[in-house]
Design a protein around this ligand. Sequence first.
Ligand code: ATP
Ligand code: MG
Length: 411
Amino acid sequence: MTSANRPRENSTHDLKTQIARLEQRIAALEALQQVATTVTSELRLDRLLALILSSAVDVMKADAGSLLLHDPATDELVFEVVQGGSGKTLRHKRIRADQGLAGWVFTQRKPTIVHDAEADERHLTKFDENSRFHTSSLIAAPLVHKNTAIGVIEILNKKSGEHFSAYDQELLMAFASQSAVVIEEARLYQQVVAERDRILAVEDQVRRELARELHDGPSQILASMIMGLKFFRQLMLREPERMNQELGELERQANLALHQVRDMLFDLRPVALETQGLAAALQVYVERQGESRNLDFHLDTHSFSSRFAPKVEAAVFSIVQEAVGNAEKHAQAKNIWISLRPVEETVVITVQDDGRGFDLAQVEEAYAQRGNLGLLNMKERAEIANAKLAIESKPGKGTTVTLTLGLEPAQ
Ligand SMILES: Nc1ncnc2c1ncn2[C@@H]1O[C@H](COP(=O)(O)OP(=O)(O)OP(=O)(O)O)[C@@H](O)[C@H]1O
Ligand SMILES: [Mg+2]
């Protein structure tokens, strides 16, 4: 080789490197664009995460990778998707948010490149031990959205056997920050969908209850009244002296049906609540309930007459309705005490029964499988009313639901 063609070789080599980099950058941008456009059609979080990870592994020209998301409830990182390597065994595994290399990247919110991963003291060997996969080099970047770290993306072993470069790190960081935005969007969408499903489930439950009540109550009574009227027509011809008695029975049934329909209307929309406030609405409610149930209701509103914002009154009222409904359905109670009482700067509302009580922790633990919504709705309504909800119950000792409201003037 003559000294004359060395610079030219060098420049060809530089050019090739630059072209390779540009190609990699274009591939990365294309992958990013694909992820960004897919999110509009692919809002299922699991599929989106898999797509993000596989694109990142492709762009980095690597063998394997994993994407971990932070679970704030337990402060852990969860292996949401794993590609290649010890994929199947790792999926859904959890580590402490400060554990291992991923934990370091997450807590420091910094990327890292490790040339000999298994020798790195931050590396979690226990995950590699069970698999034949050997992690040589590794690159990891935090997923950060609006200044909050939400997870980590880790890419393992470049196919070429080379180490990951500073340039790879720059690309992965760009990829990670775009991905974090997309992940948050998909999460938000999932939350909205879950909330919509919950509202639909509540609506459905209300409709079913209403249908059942209409069927068991007024509709049965009306059917029986029609039969009574037919009988009445025969009486007119044959035994007019019994007409008075039969009319009395028909009147009794009509009154009962009217009462039941009014109860339902009150449950659906307690007008007294809107016009006169909580204490008055509770009064009407207890009168109605007390007449038709085998339960003694005791109400004390301590002459409370202040008004709250409509959404607060509606939320409190429906918490009382649910608590009373539960006492009627589950407690086999003899008495229900409802009280509304100003205490210093707060108003305390309690619903207490002398029924059989229940194990709250046990019920809450199995909640997801049960499909009941009562206690959950109470909690959510308490949040809407900005109130503190406490449920105390012990088997054999009855149940007390206590709601503490700040005294804010009605808006
Ligand atoms: N006052 C109570 N006395 C005894 N058990 C109760 C009482 N309140 C709730 N529970 C128990 O807690 C469970 C959960 O109550 P929750 O209101 O969430 O559901 P539900 O009343 O069964 O159904 P839903 O309210 O959705 O119609 C009930 O099934 C019951 O076992
Ligand atoms: Mg209930």
